[in-house]
Write a protein that binds this ligand. Structure first.
Ligand code: PMP
Length: 430
């Protein structure tokens, strides 16, 4: 019954009146979403949508996953909040579980409420441990909305024009489709990684605490560094005693076919940050490190809501669901299937210039015949696919990359529907 909802027009009006306009939305004619059920969303008229964006890599276990919902409800009815000044058990159980599933020696965790906060905290820890204040990050990367994390964000679309924090240098991206050196992998010998040494020597004071990177850039356009990239980066960083901070906020928890995307590269980060899918929709953020580093952060540093009994219960249930259903393996398998389908479409449509990503984090970059970004076409496709009941993202600095990041509980049949409808829509795009 749609009359119980205020509807998209009223929402847009109130949004204009009461929400700060940086909070933008998709679509010329947006819908009001009122219900979620695993891989499906429903609008106020009852229309169903296949969600292929998962609230941007958040609901990996599906919307309102019953096991997670039950864990949240049980905890909400028992003990909601205490602050970490008192002892509760969910927080330590969750930290122990993360130590078991994160790479290598990563073991001690700090909990907060968002990806931004996790990265802010990771930067602080790196400075405390190394005694150094500078950072290097990647062009086209995205790390958050606070002064420091936005300054670490190389993606200009997400950098508000304000005086950025100093002491941050940007390294060229491992963007093979538009290689900054005009080279090809592997003949390039990872020129983009090698350049980091030049940057350390010439663009910094030498006092670099850490290098920040997403293992696969999400908002940057599903930029997927070639094999060997992070190994080479780590070798260079080790030479200069610079920590590697890996931002798994968008890539973590099975999304790319492994529990964490950095596992594709066989590299152990010094600090790793997480958020989004860790809570499957409740606000959880975290950064984790090995004891040698983590134990240098001893001054009081509580987060009022970080590690809260309810959010920790949600995260514990999320990790259970991921393990029980082997969602990383499912993402790997279904991701291959979707990639194959997209590659078939690419053969018919030169508009699709490049397909990249791992597991269920796939991007298709749309280009004009001269390889310039085809952003307008993507807007048209996005709108028409929404009308047909399919939601996905648009990423990249020029917003010309279709981003597919569905809940990992999606099925082959859902993907067939997506691909068939996309084929229809592409057939009618100039
Ligand atoms: N890092 C990455 C890689 C992200 O994609 C995002 C959000 N898009 C953030 C950090 C910031 O996370 P949050 O919005 O939870 O603060």
């Amino acid at each position: 019954n749609s009359s119980q909802y205020i509807g998209p027009e009223k929402i847009l009006q109130k949004k204009q009146d009461y929400i700060i306009p940086c909070v933008y939305h998709f679509y010329n004619e947006p819908m009001q979403l009122v219900k979620g059920e695993m891989q499906y969303l429903y609008d106020h008229t009852g229309k169903q949508y296949l969600d292929c964006f998962a609230g941007v890599s958040v609901v990996n276990c599906g919307h309102c996953n019953p096991e997670i919902t039950k864990a949240i409800c049980d905890q909400v009815q028992t003990l909601q909040h205490t602050c970490t000044i008192y002892l509760t058990e969910n927080i330590v159980n969750l930290a122990e579980r993360l130590a078991q599933i994160t790479p290598g020696r990563l073991q001690k965790t700090f909990f907060c409420s968002s990806g931004t906060e996790a990265n802010e905290g990771a930067a602080l820890l790196a400075s405390i441990y190394t005694g150094k204040q500078e950072f290097i990050s990647l062009r086209q990367g995205l790390h958050g909305r606070t002064k420091l994390t936005m300054s670490l964000t190389g993606l200009s679309l997400w950098r508000t024009d304000t005086n950025p924090v100093g002491g941050i240098s940007f390294a060229p991206n491992a963007y093979c489709y538009r290689c900054p050196y005009g080279k090809r992998h592997p003949e390039c010998d990872l020129a983009c990684a090698n350049e980091i040494e030049g940057i350390i020597k010439t663009a910094t004071s030498g006092q670099v605490a850490a290098f920040f990177a997403e293992p696969i850039q999400g908002n940057g356009g599903i930029i997927t560094p070639p094999p060997g990239y992070f190994k080479r980066v780590k070798e260079i960083l080790n030479k200069y005693n610079i920590l590697l901070i890996i931002d798994e906020v968008q890539t973590g928890f099975g999304r790319t076919g492994k529990m964490f995307a950095i596992e594709h590269y066989g590299v152990e980060p010094d600090i790793m940050t997480m958020a989004k899918a860790l809570g499957n929709g409740v606000p959880v953020g975290a950064f984790t490190s090995r004891p040698e580093i983590a134990d240098t952060y001893t001054r009081p540093g509580a987060s009022t809501l970080g590690g809260n009994p309810v959010t920790s219960a949600a995260a514990l249930a999320t990790l259970d669901v991921i393990a029980k259903n082997n969602l990383p393996a499912r993402a790997a398998e279904l991701g291959k299937y979707l990639k194959r389908g997209l590659t078939e479409l690419q053969k018919k449509h030169p508009l699709i210039g490049d397909i990249r990503g791992h597991g269920l984090m796939l991007g298709a970059e749309l280009v004009n015949p001269d390889k310039s970004p085809a952003a307008q076409q993507l807007d048209t496709i996005l709108e028409q696919m929404k009308d047909r009941g399919f939601l996905f993202g648009k990423n990249g600095p020029d917003r010309n990359v279709m981003a597919f990041q569905p809940p990992l509980v999606i099925t082959r049949e859902d993907l067939d529907n997506l691909l068939n409808n996309l084929a229809d829509v592409l057939a009618h795009i100039a």
